[in-house]
Unconditional design. Sequence first.
Length: 136
Amino acid sequence: MVLIVEDEKVSRKALAALLAAAGYEPRAVGSAEEAMQVLDHERVPDIALVDLDLPGMSGADFLQRLEEHAPSATAFLITAADRERVSRLTARPVKHLQKPIDFDQLLSLLPRDDANSRHDPQHPHATYSHHCFGAS
């Protein structure tokens, strides 16, 4: 499962739809607090895509909690902020994707196996030439 934590509704829905079309199993929520509910009551994610600037608990704080609940999860912090700001806000180095997100780049970075994908290896990224979204 790919857990998407993004407060911007359009970006959250677009990312979930694109990941589903690429063969992943997305679970999208609008806040870190909702994501904590997923961690507590649902399956632990294989991958987490987390916006830095969330209302309430920040994305950086959520990543610390994610590491406690799901140390094997591959996590990415998604933000328009530069790498220097990300470094100041996170306790340890974290994978960082700059907004707007290039979907082809994202797909190339995501781990792919039977646990998080229904991907057809004969058609990798078949329907995507270049998608970017989420500037905030």
